[in-house]
Design a protein around this ligand. Structure first.
Ligand code: KMH
Ligand code: ZN
Length: 274
């Protein structure tokens, strides 16, 4: 079944609110605590979004710095910044935290409808984020909301802005993007270049079945309140760590051990100079 399973914890996101789940971590302190709890439960990567004092999404560099420092002072997780931010943010806002040189950052490779909104990722924006990540030695995670985004990533490879082996995250079940059907996961996994790694982030009810598929297919898994605030139908998750722990348990039951952050760095080829 391939390498050990890398679990990413997407703790906060930009869209979920405390009204959706009262346990949503919002301040840098809460985010760091939730990250390290998720680490104990089996997560190797924390996918980081931050919020302002009102609880709204922000790409404020100092807030990212604070959250990253708190996480690093408490545990050894790979910190992956979001460059997606929230819909409506400018490219300059979204890319600003890259200056802090996190080990990883996301790179969405195309524009997609996002519920009633549009998540804008035009070519110049993708190229500038990819170029900045290459310059700073940040490992990109290519976010794929629909199949055409794989082709866009390959265009960045041709332009020398992305280097293989690539790491993809299939975000499946967003209204406006690819569905969360199992056949669509098979299609995406078969459409990326040989030697790539991939994970899946199923939205809402798709989170668990797609995670189980990824475990047996040799992919990796992202879970957390950014994607899904429920543990089961109608039952809110108690914490991000609870969602991570279930994936770790299932993976071990299915014969696949879970990767530590150090093992995840090796699998993903992340630089060891931090
Ligand atoms: N909040 C979404 C509009 C990412 O983190 O790179 C975009 C997003 C993707 O969450
Ligand atoms: Zn995100």
């Amino acid at each position: 079944m391939g390498d050990r399973l890398i679990i990413t914890a997407a703790l906060t996101g930009a869209e979920a609110t405390r009204a959706d789940n009262p346990q949503l971590p919002v301040t840098p302190e809460e985010i760091a605590e939730a990250a390290c709890e998720a680490r104990k439960a089996g997560a190797a990567i924390v996918h980081l979004h931050v919020r302002d004092a009102r609880g709204d999404p922000t790409q404020d560099v100092e807030t990212f710095r604070r959250a990253m420092e708190l996480i690093r002072s408490r545990c050894d997780m790979i910190v992956q910044f979001s460059t997606g931010g929230a819909v409506g943010m400018t490219a300059a806002e979204r890319g600003a935290p890259l200056a802090l040189r996190p080990e990883m950052a996301t790179l969405t490779c195309g524009t997609v409808n996002f519920g009633r909104d549009v998540f804008m990722n035009p070519p110049e924006m993708m190229e500038s984020f990819a170029g900045e990540m290459a310059r700073l030695g940040i490992k990109p995670e290519i976010e794929v909301f629909e199949a055409g985004m794989i082709n866009n990533a390959m265009m960045l490879v041709k332009k020398g802005l992305l280097k293989e082996p690539l790491h993809f995250d299939f975000v499946m079940g967003v209204p406006g993007g690819i569905t969360g059907r199992t056949r669509d996961l098979l299609y995406l996994a078969e459409s990326i270049p040989a030697g790539s790694t991939w994970s899946v982030a199923g939205i809402g009810r798709f989170e668990l079945p797609l995670a189980v598929m990824a475990i047996v297919m040799g992919g990796h898994v992202r879970v957390g309140f950014e994607d899904n605030v429920y543990y089961s139908k109608g039952v809110l998750a108690e914490s991000n760590a609870q969602l991570v722990a279930r994936i770790a348990r299932l993976s071990k039951e299915l014969g696949r051990e879970v990767a530590t952050p150090a093992e995840a760095r090796r699998i993903l080829g992340i630089r060891a100079d931090q």
